[in-house]
Design a protein around this ligand. Structure first.
Ligand SMILES: Cc1cc2nc3c(=O)[nH]c(=O)nc-3n(C[C@H](O)[C@H](O)[C@H](O)COP(=O)(O)OP(=O)(O)OC[C@H]3O[C@@H](n4cnc5c(N)ncnc54)[C@H](O)[C@@H]3O)c2cc1C
Length: 377
């Protein structure tokens, strides 16, 4: 057993860490305040080859493994969640369905622009009436004269409406109890994208409501086998959970970093507050749990890289890091006292950005349902 990261993994951590500190940290507060999508940063991340880490090089990706991807997402979230979710949703939800289920023609058509980060992609599963119960989708697609004609709505879809979004893959009912995945290019007539949704956190990321009104796409935009949409999205969500777990880990680490630094600067009763044992114990508890979380996240990624079953471990990592990041960011903000409540302190943004980690890609309850099922219950 070797728990050391390889030189390649250490390199990706250093590269992303340096980039996040130099390029994202100085603008993160402003992007959040202005609810502004980080186009310039996405372009720079694309330059670094980080918009398609797990995509094979033949399709324009970096050909990296899941662990490299998880480390990159962890390091981005350590500085800013909006940028991190933009990369994570683009990779795990936008690009992976095309890589995993696309035919050769679809892969050649879509992947090079997506994996190189020239374009973004989205995945539209959630509907106003179908969230945790994603199988209850009502969006329908009917095959008429060689075209899928789509009617329905999706909600909370990340990356769907940016200026560089190429397409969304949606789940739709293509028959009685039959769900399939369809690729809908942005700009298709009858595909209407709402204004950006106003959110508690992830304010610089793009989240939209989508509506399909007689929206027709060619028959060949069916992704994978007809009727396999349910199994396909479960597989996508299993992989996606590793990236959200990496976000939980990164957010907890980032909140800890801020609290650790602040506790040494802040003087009360004539001493830095870090000299009080009560404060030290809080930081010690955070450090322990973050280390445990890192083990869960990296193991889930490693299992996936070994092509071994990883659904249970991915759900465990997502559940644990979601709840852990909640505890850590809460205590980290408390250690900032009243300053933590002020917007110019990064910890207040971390606090707002945390909550969705316990909701997106399956709530805490849904993770427990997945884990219980995997335990044979
Ligand atoms: C910022 C943001 C970005 C998102 N991005 C995307 C995206 O890109 N693509 C996409 O498809 N979706 C996306 N989502 C949607 C997200 O995955 C859903 O919000 C999530 O799955 C929960 O669904 P819901 O909001 O309908 O909540 P509901 O399913 O209505 O859940 C409400 C509450 O009921 C609980 N609950 C439901 N069923 C059960 C049960 N059987 N047992 C116990 N408790 C239960 C839930 O745990 C939760 O606490 C995003 C959401 C947000 C907020």
């Amino acid at each position: 057993m070797n728990l050391d990261l390889s030189e390649e993994h250490e390199l990706i951590r250093r590269t992303v860490r340096e980039f996040a500190l130099e390029r994202i940290a100085p603008v993160a507060e402003e992007l959040d305040r202005e609810h502004r999508f980080p186009y310039e940063i996405v372009a720079e991340i694309a330059e670094l080859g980080l918009m398609g880490i797990p995509v094979p090089e033949e399709f324009g990706g970096a050909g990296g493994d899941t662990l490299s991807y998880a480390i990159a997402i962890e390091e981005l979230t350590r500085i800013d969640s909006s940028v991190a979710i933009t990369v994570a949703a683009h990779t795990s939800l936008g690009t992976m369905p095309l890589l995993l289920f696309g035919n050769e023609e679809q892969k050649r058509a879509w992947l090079p622009d997506l994996a190189s980060g020239k374009k973004l992609a989205a995945f539209g599963l959630t509907e106003p009436g179908a969230g945790s119960d994603a199988g209850a989708s009502r969006t329908r697609a009917e095959l008429r004269d060689g075209e899928w004609v789509i009617d329905g709505a999706k909600i909370f879809i990340t990356n769907a409406g940016t200026d560089i979004t190429a397409c969304v893959t949606i789940t739709a009912l293509t028959g009685e109890d039959e769900i399939s995945n369809l690729i809908v290019p942005n700009g298709t007539s009858g595909y209407v994208i709402s204004a950006p949704m106003r959110k508690l956190g992830w304010r610089a990321s793009d989240t939209r409501e989508l509506s399909f009104q007689g929206c027709a796409v060619p028959e060949c935009n069916l992704l994978g086998e007809r009727g396999r949409g349910f199994q396909q999205f479960l597989e996508i969500l299993d992989g996606g959970r590793i990236s959200i777990a990496a976000m939980g880990l990164g957010l907890a680490q980032g909140a800890y970093d801020l609290a650790y630094e602040y506790a040494q600067e802040r003087q009360q009763f004539g001493k830095p507050i870090s000299s009080f044992q009560a404060v030290q114990f809080q930081l010690a508890d955070m450090a322990v749990e973050i280390e445990a979380a890192r083990g869960l996240v990296y193991r889930a990624a490693w299992l996936k890289d070994q092509e071994r079953p990883f659904a249970k471990e991915a759900a465990m990592a997502k559940l644990y890091t979601g709840e852990l990041s909640n505890r850590v960011v809460n205590h980290a903000l408390e250690l900032h006292g009243g300053y933590g409540f002020m917007e110019e302190y990064a910890i207040s943004r971390f606090y707002r950005d945390q909550k969705v980690l316990e909701i997106g890609e399956g709530t805490n309850e849904v993770q427990r349902m997945v884990i219980a099922k995997q335990l044979g219950l």
